[in-house]
Design a protein around this ligand. Structure first.
Ligand code: HEM
Length: 315
């Protein structure tokens, strides 16, 4: 699609999606008047970045998840550490996050077009949805109007799920954020994109080999990981394509993380995995809805936040 046509589509979407405002202060047409090019600019930045490096789609969606699970979707993940405060991004759980430069590029352009209007939290949220779409996944239309937060502390990242959790622990943790088991499984389907490093799953390969791990796959992983803890292993056969192969991998006991494979091992979530493995359209629909829900987690509105001039630091 040509740039002019794409721009036209976005402007029409912005104008027709109305000015409805939810209880949380978010709305689809939030930037209709103040920055009608906002979505177009973010999308352009994502498209350009993914053309150069398609692996960034995974980075962007993971960034949004890690942002929303700590203090809500408020771009706390983008704040740099300062003297006296170690920020979320410097936690071991976040060291392999990628795609910050895509957000910075979009913010720079937005500040030229409409200074001080579009929050970093909205940029992260929009970028993650475009990344999913560019990678072949569903189009996810999310409301905008998030504000940027001022707290970013390394200790808060203990609320991110470690890859050793089993299905009932994952259900509990996601349940605390208001998600059902089905939504948790759908969101885990984001692991259709990207990679994990050996340090995230090597515990499964030790003497007491994980019984839920296919033995041939375990041997292959052991060989891969002999190159070191930072060696990357894709979650499924199509690391840059948003599809349902991740769920097929779980059915074959070739899920990479213990927290992936547990979804098939556990009776309550196995049926959901089977459903998504069988029906990609169903996965896309559930993922789409769960992402809209995730993108509105504990959002800050009005005076509870600000629009940062620079996503790396508070104003
Ligand atoms: C269900 C609980 C989850 C756990 C325990 C988990 C854990 C992990 C771990 C350990 C990695 C690999 C990190 C590394 O080795 O560098 C990873 C990667 C990833 N996670 Fe999750 N995750 C979960 C849910 C999610 C959700 C809900 C999303 C997004 C909606 C997501 C998106 C991703 C993506 C896209 C990657 C690949 C990143 C890349 O290639 O750069 N994860 N996750």
């Amino acid at each position: 699609m040509g740039i002019a046509k794409l721009l036209g589509v976005f402007l029409v979407m912005e104008m027709t999606s109305g000015f409805r405002s939810g209880a949380d202060g978010l709305s689809m047409g939030y930037y209709s008047m103040s920055c009608p090019m906002a979505e177009f600019i973010v999308r352009n930045s994502v498209t350009r970045a993914l053309q150069a490096d398609p692996t960034l789609a995974a980075g962007l969606i993971r960034m949004h998840f890690h942002d929303c699970f700590i203090e809500g979707c408020d771009a706390s993940i983008l704040l740099d550490s300062t003297k006296g405060n170690t920020a979320e991004k410097d936690s071991p759980a976040n060291l392999s996050l990628r795609g910050y430069e895509v957000i910075d590029a979009a913010k720079e352009e937005l500040e030229k077009q409409c200074p001080g209007v579009v929050s970093c939290a909205d940029i992260v949220a929009m970028a993650s949805t475009y990344a999913v779409f560019e990678a072949g996944g569903p189009y996810i239309d999310i409301p905008k109007g998030r504000k940027d937060g001022s707290r970013s502390k390394i200790e808060d990242t203990r609320n991110l799920p470690p890859p050793t959790l089993n299905a009932s622990e994952l259900i509990k943790m996601f349940g605390q954020h208001g998600f059902t088991a089905q939504e948790m499984v759908a969101l885990s389907g984001a692991h259709t994109l990207g990679v994990a490093r050996c340090s995230s799953f090597k515990n499964r390969l030790s003497d007491a080999v994980d019984p839920n791990l296919d033995s041939g796959f375990a041997k292959q992983l052991t060989k891969t990981c002999s190159a070191g803890d930072n060696t990357e292993q894709p979650f499924d056969a199509t690391r840059n394509r948003f599809d349902n192969l991740y769920f097929n991998a779980l059915q074959r006991n070739t899920g990479l993380l213990a927290s992936d494979q547990t979804l098939f091992a556990f009776a309550r979530t196995r049926n959901i995995v089977n459903g998504y493995a069988f029906n990609q359209a169903m996965f896309f629909l559930d993922f789409q809805q769960a992402m809209v829900k995730m993108s509105t987690l504990d959002v800050k509105e009005g005076s509870k936040g600000e629009v940062r001039q620079n996503c790396h630091k508070i104003n």
